[in-house]
Design a protein around this ligand. Structure first.
Ligand code: SAM
Length: 637
C-alpha cells in the first residue's frame, strides 16, 4: 500500500498494451508470452505438473490444490479450470486454486486481457462476474457450483503464505522475471512455498534462472531443466519426494456422515455446502421444517457495521459482506432482492462516526460510498433528511424460504421434529440423543442451534453467550412511503413485499417471552419515527401497535459480538475431536453465515481455508469461555 492508497483499497496494476499483450508498467514485463500465452500456460504449468493424469485420479469427495504466485490476468487459472473440465471429474470433486496478487488488474483490464482467448470465453465471463473489488485480503470465489474454488489473496505473496492455511498438490511459479520482480523469488518466499506443499508436490516455472533452481533444490525439490515455450529455451520443473497420488486422490469426507444440529441459516448453509462437497449430512431440528426460528423472518437485511479502524473485526465484516453478496447473487434464487442498502447518518453521533469512517478508510464504490441526503433520497425513492453509506450490492432476503431451498438436496437427510437433549462421544463417534426414536450417530457433529447452542455443548464450564430477544413488526405498505432500498440505523426497514414491509428489531435483553408484545411493536415504530420519519405515511391511518403482526426470534450473541465458527475447545484450548460450534451470529447471521459455512466446510473437508489465520482466530471458540473458575470440566456433563 502506498501513501495514496488507504485500507482497505489496494493499488491496482497499471497496464500498457503491446499488440494486445498486457505489460506491467511497474515491473516493465509482460504477463504472458507474446508467442501464445495460453499455449505457454499449458506447456509450462499444466503439462509439466502432469495435471491431466493427476486430475483424473481425484476420487469422490476429494480435491486437487494448485497454488500460484501472481494471479495477474487469471489466464493460468482459466487454463487449469479448462483442463479440469476436460477430465470431467464428478460434481463432488473440487479443483482448488490459491493465488496471491499484490497489484490486481482492474475489471476492465482483466476483461480486455482475457478477450484474447475466445475458447476461454465462458470461463472468463464467470470469473469476471465474481471478480472481487480491489480490497486487500483473502477473497473466496465459488465457481461452477462448487467444482472450482478460487482463494485469491490481494496482497504481498509473503503475507498471503503467512496468512493462508492450505497445502498444494502443484505449484505455478509465475512472478515476473526474477531480475525485475525479485520479491517473488526470494528465499523467504521459497521457504513458505515448501511449508505449504504436500509430500510429492510438483512445481513448474517458465524461468530457468540458476539462483531460483538453487533455492528450490535447497528447499528439497528435485529440479529438472526442460525445453521452454516459444522463444524461451529452458524452463524448470520440480517435485518433492513421495508420490503425488498419495495426497491428491484421498477423499477426506465422503462416506463420513456428519450431523448438524439446527436448520436455521447457519445450519442450512453448512449442510448444503458439505453436501455439494460429497458429504452425507443429517440435518436435525426440533421444528417441522428448516428456517422457522430466528432465521424464519419474512425479510432479513444483508448488513454489517464496518468500524472506523480497519481492524480484524472490520476485515471479517467486509469479507463476510462481499462473500455473501456473491453467494446470494448465485444461490439466493428468487429469495434474494439486491435492492441496495443505506446506513443512515440518522443522528449527529452517527454522522460524526461516518465522517471519521470515510476519512480514515478508502472503500471502492462497488463496496460502499458516502451519499448526501439528496442522493440518498433519490436512491431510496422517498425524501430523506440524512445521507449515509450506500451499499449498492446489498439488499434483503427471505431467509425461511432460502433455508428450505438450501436443505432440499439428495445428500441432506432432514431429521425434523427431533429435539436434541444430549451429545455423547462413543468409540470415535458422536451420539445425538433426543426425542427421535433412535439416536443419530455421526463421525462429526456441528452445533448450529442459535441461542439453544450453549445447552448442547458437552462441556461443563460456561461460555460467554447471551440470548437477546428480537421482535420484528410487519407494517402494512399502505402505512408507509415505501423505500425502494433497505434503510438501516438503530433498526431497519425493508422495501415492501407482497403488501408488507418488515421493520425491527427490538433488542430485549431481559425479556424471554416468545409471545408478540405490543410494547416491542411500539419500540419498533418509535425507532422508525426517529431513524427515518419520512418512511411513515402521515396521510394514512395511524398504525395501531396492538393490531400489528410480527415475529419474535432469539439472537445468540457473544461477549464481543463476533461470531463463533470452529472446533469446540475446552478452556485450556484442547480441541474435542469431531465437534464444531457455529453460532453467536447475533443479528448479522445473513451476512456472516455464508462465509463461515464455507470456512467450516473447508476445515471439515481438509481443503484450503477461506479465512486468513488472523480472522480464523477471531471466530475461534476458545475466546468465548468464561474466565477460569474452580469448576472442573468434563465431557457429557
Ligand atoms: N499468472 C498470471 C496470469 O495467468 O496472467 C501472470 C502473472 S504475472 C507474470 C506476475 C504477477 O505477479 C503480476 O500480476 C504481479 O503484479 C504479481 N506480483 C509481483 N510481485 C508480487 C508480490 N510481491 N506479491 C504478490 N504478487 C506479486
Amino acid at each position: 500500500m502506498t501513501a495514496e492508497t488507504r485500507a482497505p483499497s489496494i493499488e491496482t496494476a497499471v497496464i500498457k498494451w503491446h499488440d494486445g499483450v498486457p505489460c506491467s508498467t511497474r515491473f516493465d514485463d509482460i504477463y504472458f508470452s507474446r508467442d501464445d500465452g495460453l499455449e505457454e500456460s499449458r506447456h509450462v504449468f499444466i503439462r509439466h505438473n502432469q495435471l491431466a493424469e493427476r486430475f483424473a485420479r481425484v476420487s469422490a469427495g476429494g480435491s486437487f490444490v494448485i497454488a500460484e504466485t501472481g494471479f495477474g490476468t487469471g489466464l493460468n487459472f482459466l487454463a487449469a479450470w479448462q483442463a479440469w473440465e476436460a477430465e470431467n471429474p464428478g460434481d463432488d470433486r473440487c479443483l482448488h486454486f490459491v493465488s496471491a496478487e499484490r497489484f490486481p488488474l482492474d475489471r476492465e483490464d482483466l476483461s480486455q486481457a482475457l478477450s484474447l482467448w475466445p475458447e476461454l470465453g465462458d470461463y472468463a465471463a464467470r470469473l469476471l462476474e465474481h471478480y472481487p473489488p480491489p480490497v486487500h485480503g483473502a477473497h473466496r470465489l465459488v465457481l461452477a457450483g462448487g467444482r472450482i474454488r478460487l482463494t485469491l489473496f490481494f496482497g504481498d505473496v509473503l503475507e498471503a503464505w503467512r496468512e493462508l492455511d492450505f497445502h498444494a498438490d502443484a505449484w505455478f511459479l509465475d512472478g515476473f522475471a526474477p531480475a525485475k520482480n525479485p520479491g517473488m523469488w526470494e528465499e523467504a518466499a521459497i521457504t513458505a512455498l515448501r511449508r505449504h506443499s504436500k509430500p510429492g508436490t510438483t512445481l513448474a516455472t517458465f524461468t530457468a534462472v540458476g539462483e531460483v533452481r538453487r533455492l528450490l533444490t535447497n528447499a528439497g525439490f528435485n529440479m529438472r531443466k526442460l525445453p521452454g515455450f516459444g522463444r524461451k529455451l529452458e524452463m524448470l520443473a520440480g517435485q518433492l519426494p513421495a508420490e503425488p497420488e498419495v495426497s491428491c486422490t484421498k477423499s477426506p469426507i465422503a462416506s463420513r456422515p456428519i450431523a448438524i444440529i439446527g436448520a436455521g441459516v447457519a445450519g442450512s448453509l453448512l449442510a448444503r455446502n458439505l453436501a455439494e462437497r460429497g458429504c452425507d449430512v443429517t440435518l436435525i431440528d426440533k421444528a417441522p421444517e428448516a428456517g422457522t426460528a430466528a432465521s424464519g423472518n419474512y425479510q432479513g437485511a444483508l448488513y454489517v457495521k464496518l468500524g472506523v479502524e480497519f481492524n480484524d473485526q472490520a476485515k471479517l465484516g467486509l469479507s463476510s459482506l462481499l462473500f455473501s453478496q456473491r453467494y446470494y447473487a448465485q444461490s439466493g434464487g428468487e429469495y434474494w432482492h439486491p435492492t441496495g442498502l443505506i446506513q443512515l447518518a440518522y443522528n449527529d453521533s452517527e454522522a460524526n462516526r461516518q465522517s471519521r469512517f470515510t476519512a480514515r478508510n478508502d472503500y471502492p464504490p462497488a463496496v460502499l460510498s458516502a451519499v448526501n441526503a439528496s442522493e440518498a433520497s433519490r436512491l431510496a425513492g422517498i425524501p430523506l433528511q440524512s445521507g449515509g453509506l450506500w451499499f449498492p450490492h446489498s439488499g434483503w432476503l427471505e431467509p425461511g424460504m432460502l433455508c428450505r431451498s438450501l436443505t432440499n438436496h439428495p445428500r441432506i437427510q432432514r431429521c425434523f421434529g427431533f429435539d436434541v437433549h444430549r451429545l455423547t462421544p462413543c468409540n470415535g463417534k458422536w451420539h445425538v440423543a433426543g426425542t427421535g426414536e433412535q439416536d443419530v450417530v455421526a463421525d462429526r457433529v456441528v452445533i448450529c442451534a442459535g441461542h439453544l447452542s450453549p445447552k448442547l455443548i458437552p462441556l461443563r464450564n460456561e461460555f460467554r453467550f447471551r440470548t437477546i430477544r428480537g421482535q420484528v413488526s410487519h407494517l402494512p405498505e399502505s402505512s408507509l412511503n415505501k423505500p425502494a432500498v433497505v434503510l438501516c440505523g438503530p433498526g431497519y426497514i425493508n422495501p415492501a413485499h407482497q403488501g408488507i414491509a418488515l421493520a425491527g428489531a427490538s433488542f430485549d435483553l431481559h425479556d424471554h417471552s416468545p409471545a408478540l408484545s405490543t410494547e416491542s411493536h411500539r419500540e419498533n415504530l418509535s425507532m422508525l419515527a426517529s431513524m427515518v420519519p419520512e418512511a411513515l405515511n402521515v396521510k394514512a391511518e395511524p398504525i395501531d401497535p396492538a393490531m400489528l403482526e410480527g415475529k419474535v426470534g432469539f439472537r445468540c450473541t457473544t461477549h464481543d459480538y463476533q461470531p463463533v465458527a470452529g472446533p469446540l475447545s475446552d478452556s485450556a484450548g484442547r480441541i474435542l475431536e469431531g465437534i464444531d460450534l457455529f453460532t453467536g451470529l447475533g443479528s448479522k447471521g445473513l451476512s456472516y453465515a455464508p462465509l463461515l459455512a464455507e470456512y467450516l466446510a473447508d476445515r471439515i473437508s481438509g481443503q484450503p481455508q477461506c479465512l486468513p489465520a488472523s480472522l480464523a482466530r477471531r471466530v475461534a471458540t476458545l475466546r468465548c469461555h468464561r474466565p477460569k473458575t474452580s469448576q472442573s470440566e468434563t465431557i457429557g456433563a
